[in-house]
Design a binder for this molecule. Sequence first.
Ligand SMILES: Cc1cc2nc3c(=O)[nH]c(=O)nc-3n(C[C@H](O)[C@H](O)[C@H](O)COP(=O)(O)OP(=O)(O)OC[C@H]3O[C@@H](n4cnc5c(N)ncnc54)[C@H](O)[C@@H]3O)c2cc1C
Length: 399
Amino acid sequence: MAKERYDVVIIGGAVMGSSCAYWLSENPDFDGTVAVVEQDPTYAKASTGLSAASVRHQFSQPVNIALSQFTSEVIANFHEMVEVDGYAPALGFRETGYLFLATEAGLATLRRNHQVQRALGVEVSLLTAAELHTRLPCMNTDDLAGASLGERHEGTLDAFALMAGFRQRARHNGVTHLTDRVVGLQHTPDRVTAVQLASGIELDCGHVVDCAGTRASTMSSMLGLGLPVEPHVRSVFVLDCPDTLDLGPGRRWLPLTVDVSGVWMRSEPPHHLAGGVPRSDLGVDHDDFRVRRDEFEDQIWPSIANRIPAFERVRVTHSWAGHYAFNTLDHNAVVGPAPSHPNFVFANGFTGHGLQHAAGIGRGVAELICHGEYRTIDLTPLGYERIVTESPFVEENII
Ligand SMILES: Cc1cc2nc3c(=O)[nH]c(=O)nc-3n(C[C@H](O)[C@H](O)[C@H](O)COP(=O)(O)OP(=O)(O)OC[C@H]3O[C@@H](n4cnc5c(N)ncnc54)[C@H](O)[C@@H]3O)c2cc1C
């Protein structure tokens, strides 16, 4: 059996694995070797490429806000950060904003989140229904009591470009990329010693980082560690609307609007996108990428047409389904070392917000491996300990 040795082996090479590899290889205090093992270099089923690729600062938990704020810094400096020989993939960031809507019942939560966000410097406005109608005349605000509108730094980008940028620079810095599948972990009672690949190659390792997305729990189960992460399907619909929306003065795009029904919609010029949470939101098979067309008819279309009457006349031109790596305990990320095997590091369970947090999570994982502690954003609240004690760390703004 062929044997190789790496200081860090990263399982999964999509946005999270690429970010971890990038930050390790950029850390001046790290001179070790890194291998990223990816089973499918087309990333056809990875959440990363099937994402709605949006970034927001409007979270309820300070750690999630801090991660998004860091992403905005990365977006602003991406070219310099990842360029190789003058080339960097273009992120194409469009600052559309996010808009959270609330009826009377949801107003207290909206206000509470607003206070947390403003205290941390988020540029967000709390609007009455009348103010919202002035800002976005296309919107029916009759049943609303208020709204929270992001004024800066929120929007959409090219998910593949984010991943490709981190990956190209990591490769340039000497990170090895292996096209292979992790099928086993060798371990003692308190550490992982080697990663076994389907090809028969065995990788001795210092650390292992689990960036396997929806398959993350398969990895941790090899150490006997439970992880409440499973694939949940999300269908996204691309819409043509024959009418031009009245978006008010100066606004070019419909913000990513989270309706009181839970359905979301946004511009994707020249189209619009919409999606929602299935009524029965259960784990699905890893190969089940069937678009839930009935969801559009039963849930999404009625909601978007109620909110924006012009959407009564939309036509679905295209659709796709992707998987959330869904954390069934609290819909939040699980990041950090396994207490029983401290050289095994989780970077999982991002549910619907992993793309926008990949930069900060990757930097944090690199700090943990290089320095034994988080030095920038404290990711301790996202640690695995809460999984063991079943103590949810609840994020109220989950989409
Ligand atoms: C429809 C949809 C909309 C979304 N919208 C947003 C959004 O607007 N904003 C946002 O921030 N996030 C969004 N997300 C979530 C976001 O896409 C994910 O959180 C993020 O992409 C997770 O990245 P990842 O690298 O952890 O996982 P993935 O992208 O799933 O990558 C995991 C990788 O691990 C590899 N792998 C798995 N097992 C093995 C193995 N045994 N050996 C080798 N390789 C393995 C897989 O092949 C895969 O490439 C959305 C997701 C979906 C599905």
